[in-house]
Design a protein around this ligand. Sequence first.
Ligand SMILES: [Zn+2]
Length: 210
Amino acid sequence: MEIIDKVYSIDSIGFDSNCYIIGKNEITIVDTGASPEYAKFIIEKIRSFGLDISNIHKIIITHRHPDHIGGLKKLLELLSSNSILVYVHKKFITYYKLSNVKGLSDGEILNLDGLLFKIIYTPGHTEDSICLYNEKYKILISGDTVFSFGNIGRVDLPGGNIKNLVKSIEKLAKLDVEFLLPGHMDFVMEGNKHIKQSLQFAKSNLIIYE
Ligand SMILES: [Zn+2]
């Protein structure tokens, strides 16, 4: 569905992450789901939004979990274009074994078809987690750092760290967020409220994991 002009969401199916589409004349895909089948679904959905798939130029990965990168290879194959750049956090750039991959740093700003998105490094769920923030329209694409209704990404997988997650959510809680677009679960309005609940919940988990 179209959330605001030039920003679309594609819901997950089963284990897939949600996927977000930014732009019309120059399209960016954020996260790719768990499987090659979901990659095909992404393409179908982009077409159903009335967009031209030859305008896809960038793929941004919020972190390297299989449910977010499982469709990446298939997407690149389906789009059969070497001009597509894959953006990931610079810490794990070599993990992808791709020639067209670019490393992102905290604070970097990407112009995605006229919408400016700031990269916010948010380790905790993984060591390479990033969020994308658009200040003008108050949009946060939060990966698996925070979800709606006070939920948070798990920290019991390799690279997970609850202390880092709390620090990262503290960073997010300072932003003015209206549209919260998480990696799983539904997108919600009044993002600030949801992020504050997530921060509280993450803090209450400090004791469990210490
Ligand atoms: Zn994850």
